[in-house]
Design a protein around this ligand. Structure first.
Ligand code: GSH
Length: 210
């Protein structure tokens, strides 16, 4: 099994795929391809879409982070909440995140090892942030510290890169949302990803994200 990833500093979708595979304990060999300006020849050769992450199994290639997470959840069902109603809500949270928040993604790219800076969102990105806070509040009022209880599930995996953006760009949040960001940031797998990102070659840095 091979997990193809992009630069850990910048590849938010790769972070999701990696968290899912690691949470499921799947024995994937990890290969990191440096991102550049536009799809590189290496990415075009290795990925059907030229995008990462990609999970390659013996007979199957999975080229989307949510699909990878679903595959992992079939192996490790606790990646979704066990209660049916909560699982249905978790799927809605995951789907909204996977398909949405384009303005936030565009204006606040994931960049893990740059110095934090305060950045003002456009009206569209501010609306994205407001909606994300609403979703988090609705989930966390049941107690947290993760969106669906005391252990991370797929919605937390999908929101993890958003948390890094909020931290990097010093987005002002409610106490509850800020507390959730700290829960994600102090998750041991997130610390490991940050450490691996910091150890990547300096030559992989992209000026547009720094
Ligand atoms: N829907 C895909 C999106 C994947 C995606 O857009 N990946 C970005 C990296 S975060 C990419 O590979 N970009 C290629 C590039 O920047 O050259 C998924 O969920 O995996």
């Amino acid at each position: 099994m091979q997990l193809l990833l992009g630069s850990r500093r910048y590849s938010s979708w790769s972070l999701r795929g990696w968290l899912a595979v690691r949470m499921a304990g799947l024995p994937a060999q990890e290969t990191v391809v440096p991102l550049a300006d536009g799809v590189t020849a290496e990415l075009a050769r290795q990925s059907p879409t030229g995008l990462v992450p990609v999970l390659k199994l013996k007979d199957v290639t999975i080229w989307d982070s949510l699909a990878i997470a679903e595959y992992c959840a079939e192996h490790t069902p606790t990646l979704w909440p066990q209660d049916q109603a909560r699982r249905a809500v978790a799927r809605a949270v995951a789907a909204e995140m996977h398909a949405g928040f384009a303005a936030l993604r565009r204006e606040f790219p994931m960049s893990l090892t740059r110095a934090p800076l305060e950045r003002q969102p456009s009206a569209a990105a501010a609306a994205d942030i407001q909606r994300i806070e609403q979703v988090w509040h609705d989930c966390l009022k049941a107690g947290g510290p993760f969106l669906f209880g005391d252990a991370p599930t797929i919605p937390d995996i999908l929101y993890a890169p958003v948390v890094t953006r909020f931290l990097t760009y010093q987005v002002r949040l409610s106490n509850r949302a800020a507390g959730y960001c700290q829960s994600i940031r102090s998750w041991d797998l997130m610390q490991l990803w940050y450490d691996l990102a910091a150890a990547e070659p300096e030559g992989w840095r992209l000026a547009k994200y720094e």
